[in-house]
Design a protein around this ligand. Sequence first.
Ligand code: NAP
Length: 309
Amino acid sequence: MKVLITGVNGLLGQKLLSIFCKNKDCSFDIVAVSRGRARFDGSYKQLKYYDLDITHREQVFNIIHLEKPDVIIHAAAMTNVDYCESHQEDCWEVNVQSVVHMLQAAEAYNSFFVHLSSDFVFAGDKRFLTEEDKPHPINFYGQSKFQAEKFVLKSRVPHAVIRTAVVYGIAHKMSRSNIIFWVKRNLEDGKSIRVVDDQYRSPTLAEDLATGCYLIVQKQSTGIYNIAGGEVLTPYEMAIKIADYFGLDKSLITRTDASEFVQPAKRPLETGLVIDKAKFELGYQPHSFDQGVAILASQLDEEYCLTKG
Ligand SMILES: NC(=O)c1ccc[n+]([C@@H]2O[C@H](COP(=O)([O-])OP(=O)(O)OC[C@H]3O[C@@H](n4cnc5c(N)ncnc54)[C@H](OP(=O)(O)O)[C@@H]3O)[C@@H](O)[C@H]2O)c1
């Protein structure tokens, strides 16, 4: 089976390469695409890499016509929510228009299209959201993800839409930050941090999200799936758990609320994702947040050993 994965220089893209290239049960031909040169673990042998800007319709068509993938996993996106708010045309090109290009090109081969979406399609007025809840985005990033979902759900190719939230993990050469590094670094430096306690999220280990995508491809499951961690936590609760795990001084963490932060894009308050459908239909079993922190800590140790030679 030939699987084309977009956004392989990003966090999820890297975890997808790891799971699809290393899995021994199935054999996949992997076509990896991202913008610019390949910036991921270069040890995979059986993959082909293309430098592709997904906003370029002709390039998208050329690569899909050349490779004729059975499956496309679309992980590339403009993910900086505040940047999307202030660069709306660019955001629309990357997050919406590129999806239209890919869906149209995929029609010729009836490729199974797996699309990554976000909890930010919701307004933030409900803590536990199922696949049946109606989106109502309150920022431009959310609007772009919701419009892309609509194109996917209306398309003629078989498709799945995956909604996820607060994805944390370690990318190649530590190229992505996350709440765990931020809390750990500040507390280790003895700095106080103010962390919001009125936003509810489902933090998701990047490896778990990649596993969810893998299960969907394996079972060719169609429709909408929430693929996230199994707990709904506030950033403050996450920070306390992180401090506990690393044995850091919790008194440096001050509880605050979202009204204290002025950001270009509004954030939905409550967006916990219910993952029962993925558990029952796919056998998806994510790690707890505590386990996720421990996994990242061990990966940090490995990364430290590698950089020390
Ligand atoms: N991270 C989260 O907390 C989160 C939460 C909810 C949903 N999601 C969704 O999950 C998916 C994966 O997110 P992620 O965390 O892996 O994001 P990420 O680390 O930001 O990766 C996104 C990748 O897309 C690439 N990209 C951006 N514009 C492109 C273009 N014009 N052409 C080709 N590639 C382009 C980026 O390239 P560069 O490396 O060159 O910038 C990057 O490698 C996205 O659809 C995102 O919306 C993520």
